[in-house]
Write a protein that binds this ligand. Structure first.
Ligand SMILES: Nc1nc2c(c(=O)[nH]1)N[C@H]1C(S)=C(S)[C@@H](COP(=O)(O)OP(=O)(O)OC[C@H]3O[C@@H](n4cnc5c(N)ncnc54)[C@H](O)[C@@H]3O)O[C@H]1N2
Ligand code: MOO
Length: 646
């Protein structure tokens, strides 16, 4: 049996950071001299003094004439002074060196050319419109101290101050060693992946992150899961002059093929293995030939957070720079977030400004989902000693985007439809970001009730009268006047295997012996539609095999059919198409966007209303296939008027 690791003993993140910085965080002694013009983002290793003054001479600050101020002191409208060009008034342009003993510039508009000379009706003060030598920079003065980070603005000061090259710290060299026999280069055509193969993406993410905090990086090709192979690569890497930090990626946890810790024990020593944070729990830190080796977990979000919490502070510390904390904001939770005691959790959240409050909706927590961080607007840290946060709780989030972007977000919660992606694509150029959470139609209406979204995507059929959404709204939102904005009529049908091998044509076919159905969760519009179909066809649900097996999205239903665990499920054509399955159209249904009347004037909702009425949007929606667009953009309601604001 292969030997498995267990974490040595998990330590808190604070302690892990402390060990990291204490062991490896001293400011680097490696320096180099580089051209000032190339120094953006680099950190000065020494203070830089100006080599020249700027301006280097007294120069004209305006276009006009350089003069001696004292010759104009008695000038007035009634007793103008006349100056002679090239005798005591010399034409100058902005930036030109003042000639002779002139000590002021009179603007061209202030003089008139007359036979007697240049007429001046007001005195000019000494040094008026003159930029004196060293006004901006005086040679020998300090331009920037050591550890200053050079910005594009700084380049201007360096070059004007006569500093053509600067001493900077060498960028800490980060070597990334992805590990895992399943990994294949990101250059590989994804269509040619064999089952079990995984595209190696983490090294690219970590490399760019290293760059963003002042490091330099290279990545080796993926290393097979063999402990000796990893150990020899670690040893070799640690001896390289250009490598200051090593990141192994994957293989840090307890699997039979997770060799990072063993390889570290063979080649150096382990400082810690396991942090009470999630994602990021299995991080290992070791030392090989006095260099830090991080065993970064393979899950993409764990890898990113491990980098942000440990590697970024280390690189900055090596460059003598302080850690920068994310901006914070106060948020209110749209739903409860339970959390495990003993682990500091990093929950990714969406944010939106709804009725004057910033609402936070948690994203899926799986550390394997990169989209849980690309979709995230902020991160909530739930401390290790907390069991979580309750619905409505007020707390502090760390922003991953500028607050302006969050103010311009439209949060749509409810049932998913591909038309929402199309809408998102039309909203983006208008500066509005559509953020959508897929929790089913009922979930969307409940989100409106709790004021935790702008709009709900909903297709709730009332079998008693064939209407959509209206009755569910009356039931769920009796106190909230809402508008219904018609998005489209779409076709629901059976998602079946390619070629429809079981020849499913209508609802009654689901009764065939041996046919396994996959259902949707109660409360979803599709489940209601399914039950309606059964009722219409007088079919008893218990007679359908698999009726009690539920999935929560169209895609999950399609995936069940693809995997062979089910033969048919009700869903939309797009999900069947995404997995190259067949689709048997069954019945049209109305999909609407519901929003509270009090949000009617918000710019995001106004933009949606406008877009839905455009020909371009409607035509692209039609082109998606499976949609009828006759009523797209039609606004209904509210059935009740909003209560007067007091
Ligand atoms: N029995 C236990 N299993 C696991 C534990 C545990 O405590 N006990 N910890 C879990 C946690 S938490 C994490 S996080 C993961 C990560 O562990 P590893 O560092 O060993 O990662 P792998 O198993 O090698 O990979 C996980 C996942 O990520 C993919 N991967 C790996 N490298 C890359 C890469 N460079 N680019 C893209 N994707 C990558 C890999 O294929 C796997 O799918 O372990 C849990 N397990
Ligand atoms: O704690 Mo592991 O790093 O997901 O998710």
């Amino acid at each position: 049996m292969s030997q498995r690791n267990v974490y040595l003993s998990m330590i808190p993140l604070e302690q892990a950071r402390e060990i990291t910085l204490r062991e490896f965080g001293s400011v680097t002694s490696k320096k180099e001299e580089i051209p000032s013009s190339q120094a953006v983002g680099r950190v000065l290793a020494e203070a830089v003094m100006a080599a020249a003054s700027s301006p280097p001479h007294h120069v004209a600050a305006m276009d006009g004439y350089a003069i001696r101020a004292k010759e104009t002191f008695h000038a007035s409208e009634s007793h103008p002074v006349f100056l002679k060009e090239m005798e005591n008034a010399f034409p100058v342009n902005t930036g030109q060196v003042l000639p002779g003993d002139s000590d002021a510039v009179v603007m061209i508009e202030k003089v008139t050319q007359e036979e007697k000379g240049l007429r001046l009706e007001a005195p000019v003060f000494p040094w008026q419109h003159v930029r004196k030598i060293g006004e901006d920079i005086v040679a020998t003065e300090m331009l920037f101290p050591a550890t200053h980070e050079i910005t594009p603005y700084c380049i201007g000061a360096l070059l004007s101050g006569g500093v053509r090259s600067v001493p900077v710290f060498m960028q800490p060299g980060v070597l990334i060693l992805p590990t895992g026999s399943e990994l294949v280069s990101a250059e590989r055509d994804p269509a040619l992946l064999r089952p079990g193969e995984v595209i190696e993406s983490n090294s690219h993410v970590l490399g760019r992150l290293a760059e963003s905090c002042g490091g330099r990086w290279t990545a080796a090709p993926p290393i097979r899961d063999e402990v000796d192979l990893l150990a020899s690569q670690l040893e070799e890497a640690a001896l390289r002059e250009d490598v200051d930090i090593i990141l192994t990626v994957g293989g840090s946890s307890a699997g039979s093929h997770d060799f990072t810790r063993t390889a570290l024990e063979k080649t150096g020593n382990v400082l810690f293995h396991g942090i009470t944070m999630m994602p990021g729990k299995p991080v290992v830190l070791g030392k090989v030939c006095s260099k830090p080796v991080f065993g970064i977990p393979g899950y993409p979000v764990s890898a990113i957070l491990a980098f942000e919490e440990l590697v970024r502070p280390l690189i900055r510390s090596m460059l003598g720079r302080p850690v920068i904390h994310r901006k914070k904001c106060t948020v209110f939770l749209s739903r409860a977030i339970p959390s495990r005691l003993g682990l500091e959790e990093f929950v990714r959240i969406r944010l939106a400004e709804i009725a004057g409050r910033t609402i936070a909706a948690p994203l899926p927590r799986g550390a394997g989902c990169i989209t849980s961080i690309t979709e995230a607007d902020a991160i909530l840290r739930i401390p290790a000693n907390s069991e979580g946060l309750a619905t409505g709780a007020e707390t502090t989030a760390e922003l991953l985007r500028p607050i302006e972007e969050i103010h311009n977000t439209l949060l749509v919660v409810g049932s998913h439809d591909n038309a929402l992606d199309l809408l998102a694509n039309h909203l983006k150029p208008m500066g509005i970001r559509l953020s959508s959470a897929h929790v089913g139609s009922m979930g969307g209406l409940l989100a409106i009730r709790s004021q935790s979204c702008h709009m709900a995507g909903s297709h709730l059929l009332d079998p008693s009268d064939g209407s959509y959404n209206k009755n569910a709204i009356a039931r769920i939102l009796p106190e909230t006047p809402v508008y219904r904005l018609h998005l489209a009529v779409r076709i629901q049908g059976f998602i079946v295997r390619k070629g429809n091998p079981m020849n499913i044509r209508r609802t009654a076919d689901l009764l065939r012996p041996g046919l396994r159905f996959i259902n949707r969760q109660p409360g979803s519009g599709t489940r209601i539609l399914m039950d309606y179909e059964l009722q219409k066809n007088t079919i008893f649900p218990g007679d359908i095999e698999g009726y009690d097996n539920e999935e929560t999205t169209h895609m999950a239903v399609a995936a069940a059919v693809l995997s062979g665990s089910a033969d048919a499920g009700l869903g939309i054509a797009a999900a069947a198409r995404a997995l190259d399955l067949d689709f048997v159209p069954l019945t049209p249904e109305t999909y609407e966007l519901i929003f509270p009347a009090e949000l009617m004037q918000t710019p995001q909702i106004q933009a949606v209303i406008r877009i839905l009425s455009t020909k371009t949007f409607r035509e692209s929606l039609k082109a998606l296939g499976g949609y009828t667009i006759e009523n797209t953009g039609k606004l209904t309601g509210p059935e009740r008027t909003p209560p007067e604001k007091t």
